[in-house]
Design a protein around this ligand. Structure first.
Ligand code: FES
Ligand SMILES: [Fe+2]
Length: 413
């Protein structure tokens, strides 16, 4: 573990509006601190309820380098546990499955879906079997999305954020969706580089020709051109007139969050140029979802906490999980949702196309970024006007780390 005073000094000499010094992107000790102190306060999107179709369904996932089991114990009752048997510590579940009890492969101790030890016959006298229940992981189920967090007294209450996000999630019919596809993009880079990249579109025109072609907003987020900005503003104004309040246009909320408050945002804009959805040519790719009676050509972007995102078009939704693995490894996991009643023979390629091609490109540019940062020549560089949100993210990271280090050292933050 990095020594507190040294870490404090390092944090305090970072310049606002500049990228971080090399250790923040490379150092395993800093990553260990982030994992133990910062990630333990983060809610992470882990699954969609369609992955747990019936009582007894369970899935094995990784949450901040801990294997966890998420189980459906009833209709709206989703539980999660550390994947650790309370007998001698064996892994409990190896793979996704369905069973009325969770049975350890080692000595066959069995646990109820609600976590209590079921097989009590072998528990030695004088030991209360009630003390041998599975170790719970925090779960928040909202509109079919399953968020998990490592148990901690310092975990923010997710309810206020999801009260705000609920109408937009319902508008998009996320609860009654099914999974069309999932793909993981293991990326050799620190998780902060992945987020720094996600929060700016300065790189879009250069790195993402397909994304730039599809998404009208790049005229503003990807370049500084007054005439183009005006054209885009006109297009938004025109689009706003064509949609109704029921389409949820007024869903524009954000909370920057803090260590104690879940950070979130939801915003909505037209895809642009008359496109109905986020496909190659803008034409529909699946059945309309949720409350949409017709295509309005909008995209809703969600951010849940610091590490989970969604992009929702009228006929499909892309969920994004950013999973830190080590100081120099991060997984980006994308899951594409369609309506539960969408054609079972649906071709998923056109649905995946835009975010897949874009994420493959992002993986490459983020890995190039990480490779350069490993050089002895690397020095922090300045964020530009089109990287404001990235600078804001780095700023909140520094503030939160600072508070955590001061907290450890027992000094005021
Ligand atoms: S370690 Fe699980 S039953 Fe023995
Ligand atoms: Fe990108």
């Amino acid at each position: 573990m990095i020594e507190g005073t040294a870490f404090l000094e390092l944090l305090e000499r970072q310049r606002a509006g500049w990228t971080l010094e090399q250790p923040f992107y490379l150092d395993e000790d800093i990553f260990a601190f982030e994992r133990d102190r910062w990630m333990s306060r983060q809610w992470m999107l882990m699954a969609h309820i369609a992955e747990l179709p019936a009582k007894g369904s369970h899935i094995v996932r990784d949450l901040f380098n801990e294997s966890i089991v998420i189980a459906r114990a009833g209709d709206d009752d989703v539980r999660a546990y550390f994947n650790v048997c309370t007998h001698r510590g064996s892994r409990l579940c190896k793979a996704d499955g369905r069973a009325p009890l969770l049975v350890c492969p080692y000595h066959a101790w069995s646990f109820k879906l609600t976590g209590e030890l079921q097989s009590r016959a072998d528990v030695p006298d004088g030991i209360d079997p009630a003390d041998l229940g599975l170790h719970p992981v925090s779960v928040h189920l909202v509109e079919g999305l399953i968020f998990c967090a490592l148990p901690s007294d310092a975990l923010p209450d997710p309810a206020p954020a999801f009260d705000v996000l609920g109408p937009a999630l319902r508008q998009h019919g996320i609860k009654r969706a099914r999974i069309a596809a999932r793909k993981s993009y293991p990326t050799n880079a620190n998780w902060k580089l992945v987020l720094e990249n996600a929060f700016e579109c300065y790189h879009c025109r250069n790195a993402h020709p397909e994304y730039t072609n599809v998404n009208g907003h790049v005229q503003v987020t990807g370049m500084r051109d007054a005439a183009k900005a005006e054209t885009w503003a006109d297009e938004i104004a025109h689009w706003q007139k064509t949609i109704t309040g029921a389409d949820g246009f007024d869903m524009k909320h954000r909370d920057p969050g803090s260590l104690d408050r879940l950070s979130y945002s939801v915003t909505r804009h037209p895809i642009g140029r008359g496109r109905a959805t986020l496909s190659r040519d803008g034409a529909p790719v699946s059945k309309l979802m949720g409350a949409f009676a017709d295509y309005d050509g909008g995209e809703t972007q969600f951010r849940f906490g610091r590490l989970s995102f969604a992009s929702a078009a009228n006929d499909h939704v892309t969920l994004v999980q950013i999973q830190p693995r080590s100081a120099q490894q991060t997984d980006m996991v994308l899951t594409w949702l369609v309506d539960a009643d969408a054609d079972p023979a649906l071709d998923v390629e056109p649905i995946q196309w835009m975010w897949d091609v874009t994420t493959v490109q992002d993986k490459r540019i983020i890995e190039d970024n990480a490779a350069g940062i490993r050089s002895r020549a690397y020095r922090p560089g300045p964020y530009t006007a089109l990287e404001g949100e990235t600078a804001t993210f780095v700023q909140s990271y520094r503030a939160e780390m600072h508070a955590l280090v001061c907290d450890d050292a027992g000094v005021g933050g």
